[in-house]
Design a protein around this ligand. Structure first.
Ligand SMILES: [Ca+2]
Ligand SMILES: [Ca+2]
Ligand SMILES: [Ca+2]
Ligand SMILES: [Ca+2]
Length: 435
């Protein structure tokens, strides 16, 4: 029996305990169809990566797979209920933190809520902070499983102060780590991203830091209630300033991997490589080439954005390239994941999934979220409105096509919203449907 199969059974046994401790689960208000399919060559469990019981570390996908093959009682169904975190610049230069559910399964879908206002005089600066949303653990006793925020704040010495704001009623920012300049840390030369590197169900803080040769990836692993000390995870090539970093599980082993998109040379517009996480989740195994986009193919790094999500619905994350059209509109391309086993990196040639000619690439930003809870990732766009506010749109994927975007929220300038003075991130939080 493989270790993963053992994990299936443990997950199934543990699920009862998990359900008795629901304090940090978000209750979902309507049902969802759970559609899991099996990826070729990998285990059934791999078809549902990341579906994790926060209480036990068990993965719902594993549980579902185990249930399917036995007469075991069906347990609660865990569904993605993604939360968007929004950081907005206060007039004094501080930060207003908001969260907004981008899950249609929740009652507060599309309704922004102020999490915390952080005035400039308390040391927070929108212009000198990078804000990451995630599900980092029970950061406070009142954590309700909604998005947590990490504020990567520039310190006066040029280093970093790391603050955490938990989801739920206790939103006081906690200083969880000071990374001094004297120890080599630089706010300017660092970039935080959220992702679950070691597959324990809690997002970790992944930090890319410039070094003499390429960049070093550091991990501040979540320990369930906070973060461990930074751990050197691996290295990526390409200069810090010219590369883009995102985190997703490419090879279906439940450990998220670090994706780097870097400019190419001689006919190559850009490449995406994958720093795979070791199977035991203790560090990176090494960088593997993932996909190449040529200038002859019309690709441009400056005119594109890269995301990773399972838009095809087979349980493996695909590369999503949002590209500017020749008229300034927006095209969505999907490079389907074709990896066959743990340790394998494979992406098929990109296929155009959507053309939005009247939209603006320059005046929009995109995120991945499962908006309708069908375990197929969808695209979310924040688009600038005519008067400088924000529109939030969902483009649902059914596995093969993207629907015409529907409006999730309008955040008008009249209510103080400003497209140019806000940034977003999506936390992959989870909810449950009682059996
Ligand atoms: Ca983790
Ligand atoms: Ca992986
Ligand atoms: Ca896929
Ligand atoms: Ca979906």
């Amino acid at each position: 029996m493989r270790a993963l199969d053992q994990a299936l059974l443990s997950a199934l046994m543990a699920i009862g305990d998990g359900r008795s401790n629901m304090g940090h689960w978000r209750q979902v208000v309507v049902g969802a169809v759970v559609a899991l399919s099996v990826a070729g060559g990998t285990s059934a469990a791999a078809a549902a990566e990341e579906k994790v019981d926060r209480s036990t570390g068990a993965k719902a996908g594993q549980v579902a797979a185990a249930v399917e093959g036995s007469d075991a009682p069906t347990a609660a169904t865990f569904v993605p209920v993604p939360d968007m975190g929004l950081a907005h610049r206060r007039s004094d230069g501080g930060i207003n933190l908001f969260r907004m559910s981008v899950s249609a399964l929740t009652e507060d879908f599309g309704v922004p809520t102020l999490v915390r206002s952080l005035p400039s005089k308390s040391g927070f600066s929108y212009d000198r902070a990078k804000v990451v949303a995630g599900d980092f653990g029970n950061l406070t006793a009142a954590d309700d499983g909604s998005a947590d925020h990490v504020i990567w704040q520039a310190a006066s010495d040029g280093g970093i102060k790391v603050y955490a704001v938990g989801g739920g009623s206790d939103t006081a920012p906690r200083l969880v780590r000071t990374l001094p300049r004297t120890a080599g840390w630089s706010w300017t030369d660092s970039r935080p991203v959220a992702g679950d590197l070691n597959g324990d169900g809690w997002d970790d803080l992944v930090v890319v830091h410039a070094s003499r040769n390429g960049s070093i990836v550091w991990a501040l692993l979540s320990n369930g209630t906070g973060f461990n000390a930074p751990q050197r995870w691996g290295t990526v090539s390409g200069t810090f300033a010219s590369t883009r970093t995102y985190v997703a599980d490419v090879d279906g082993d439940f450990n998220e991997d670090v994706l780097t998109t870097a400019p190419g040379t001689s006919g190559v517009a850009f490449t995406t490589s994958v720093l795979l996480t070791k199977l035991d989740g203790t560090g990176a195994a090494g960088s593997t080439a993932g996909a190449t986009f040529t200038t002859a193919g019309g690709w441009s790094l400056a005119n594109s954005r890269q995301l990773a999500g399972d838009l095809t619905g087979d349980g493996l994350v695909d590369l999503v390239t949002v590209h500017r059209s020749s008229t300034g509109g927006m095209l969505v391309w999907v490079s389907a994941n074709c990896s066959q086993a743990e340790g394998d990196v494979c992406f098929a040639a990109p296929v155009r999934r959507q053309t939005l000619s009247s939209w603006s690439f320059a005046n929009s930003r995109q995120y991945i979220a499962d908006v309708d809870g069908d375990f197929i990732d969808d695209l979310v766009t924040i688009h600038r409105s005519g008067n400088g506010g924000l529109f939030v749109w969902g483009h649902l994927s059914d596995g093969t096509t993207l629907t015409t975007p529907h409006q999730i929220a309008a955040l008008p300038a009249s209510a103080g919203w400003n497209w140019s003075l806000s940034r977003e991130d999506v936390a992959n939080t989870w909810g449950d449907i009682a059996p």
